[in-house]
Write a protein that binds this ligand. Structure first.
Ligand code: GLC
Length: 471
């Protein structure tokens, strides 16, 4: 990438009074300084961009990961925000912390399940906004003491050959020095007892930085650090973000960071922030691939729940169908994005049965069709009526998601196609280069069977994939 050139200055020569001349000179100097500053920033951002591309290479190939929201909130079973939503005091919340003992949590089984679903990486909560640690923090006693669940997670997922990430909440609803009264989210936000209370922000930051340091130094390789989240004035340097990032990279130079130190998630990097490696749209999929101000692609990962809750929620039965999950994964990949799909273990550590069922169904589809997901990204073709395209270099993948009449016309591909097959079975597809009316010399017709103009039922109603090898 070359640095963007900014015109150094522009002068128009007109007869002018002395004061206008002075103003012109000032503008000239200002413009030159500005140009220099921009040249510098864009040079830096070019090399920073290249480094980010390198760091995120595996990530943008992996495309599909598991999010795990696990903590003491699985006991009340009303989601991970229960303490805030119900404005519970530390004392009221303590009973869940005391009770938390997930005897059935089996990180190895979970790693196998993630792998069976076709996932390539996973991110687990090391602590959520309630501040309760799932790891053996030396700087806090507010932790599950019987086992180091973070270590179990990291070891088990590493052993299955998956990349591993840790979620860490930079927000803390337990620490005495985190702002209480008036904060938009803190459980004590409108409790008058905390009005005017003193909170030593630096002491909180020292503590938070120390815990992050533990995460990046006490365990082996961590591939992703998923920090959550910024809001209002609580963003960027308010967290001493540059120091934090420098420290993290000192110990884990290849680690990938999400964008939430800098902003609230969805469009932070696309909007120009430089802290972090990927944008994190939540519970929704962007309409188009993400690009930065210079039109360069930005890695992104949509995080999504299988029902509507991150932490275990007994009353939430709005499960998404495996079909919708598969379509959403393809949707993300077709726009250069990843999907991080959540599970919320219950109080004993078991994954809800419905989540297991969905993951296994997704896994069955992935088994035959993963080539259309891993290493793939946006295709240079518009979204077709019948589904979506993904592409990996010389291989184009046509995802047939909706029943449709007749053939698919890969218009413009007549001389470009080497071979077409049904991806899941390797069966050759039927191809033809001409048919009626809309056919032009560059038409290329594909269908499940011959003759290609007829209408056939899709072998996989969820998403039948054609692999099209290009010449
Ligand atoms: C939000 C929520 C949080 C959840 C996260 C996942 O920031 O506060 O509960 O962990 O998004 O993206």
């Amino acid at each position: 990438m070359t640095s963007k050139t900014v015109p150094a200055y522009s002068i128009c020569v007109i007869p002018a009074s002395a004061s206008v001349m002075r103003l012109c000179c000032l503008l000239l100097v200002f413009n030159m300084l500005l140009a220099e500053a921009f040249a510098d920033i864009s040079t830096q951002s070019d090399s920073a961009y290249a480094q980010r591309q390198k760091r995120t290479e595996w990530f943008t190939k992996a495309r599909f990961g598991m999010f795990i929201h696990f903590g003491a909130y699985s006991i009340p079973a009303r989601g991970e925000w229960v303490k805030s939503v119900e404005k519970m005091s530390n004392e009221q919340y303590q009973k869940f912390v005391d009770e938390f003992d997930p005897v059935d949590f089996d990180a190895k089984a979970l790693a196998r399940l993630a792998k069976e679903a076709g996932m390539k990486y996973a991110v687990m909560t090391s602590r959520h906004h309630d501040g309760f640690c799932m790891f053996d923090s030396k700087v806090s006693d507010y932790k599950y003491k019987k086992r180091d669940l973070v270590r179990e997670f990291l070891d088990a997922f590493h052993d299955e050959g998956l990349k591993v990430g840790l979620y860490y909440s930079i927000i803390d609803w337990h620490h005495p020095d985190y702002p209480h009264y008036g904060d938009p989210h803190h459980p004590m936000r409108d409790n008058p007892e905390f009005k005017g209370a003193e909170h030593n922000w630096d002491r909180y930051l020292d503590f938070m930085h120390a815990q992050v340091k533990e995460l990046v130094t006490e365990y082996d390789r961590i591939d992703i650090l998923w920090l959550d989240f910024s809001y209002g004035q609580m963003r960027g340097e308010k967290w001493r973000a540059t120091d934090l990032v420098n420290m993290i990279r000192e110990y884990q130079p290849d680690i990938i960071l999400n964008n939430r130190l800098a902003g609230d998630g969805a469009t932070t990097l696309a909007a120009g922030a430089s802290l972090g490696d990927f944008d994190t749209p939540e519970q929704g999929i962007p309409d188009t691939p993400r690009i930065d101000g210079l039109g360069r692609p930005i890695p992104w990962e949509a995080c999504l729940t299988m029902n509507n809750s991150w932490g275990y929620n007994l009353a939430d039965n709005e499960w998404k169908s495996p079909r919708l999950i598969i379509h959403t994964l393809v949707n993300c990949v077709s726009k250069n994005g990843n999907l991080l799909l959540n599970v919320g273990p219950d109080a004993k550590g078991n994954i809800p049965e419905e989540s297991v069922r969905i993951l296994k169904e997704v896994g069955k589809w992935m088994k035959g069709n993963h080539r259309s997901i891993y290493n793939c990204g946006a295709a240079e073709l518009p979204k077709p009526e019948w589904g979506r395209f993904t592409q990996n270099g010389g291989f184009l993948y046509a995802h047939l998601m909706n029943p449709h009449i007749g053939h698919i016309n890969l218009k413009g591909f007549a001389d470009k196609v080497e071979k077409v097959q049904l991806l899941s079975t390797g069966t050759g597809a039927a191809v033809a280069t001409q048919w009626w009316g809309d056919s032009s010399a560059d038409s290329f017709f594909v269908n499940i069977k011959a003759p290609t103009y007829k209408t056939y039922n899709l072998p996989d109603e969820t998403d039948t994939v054609f692999e099209i090898e290009l010449k």
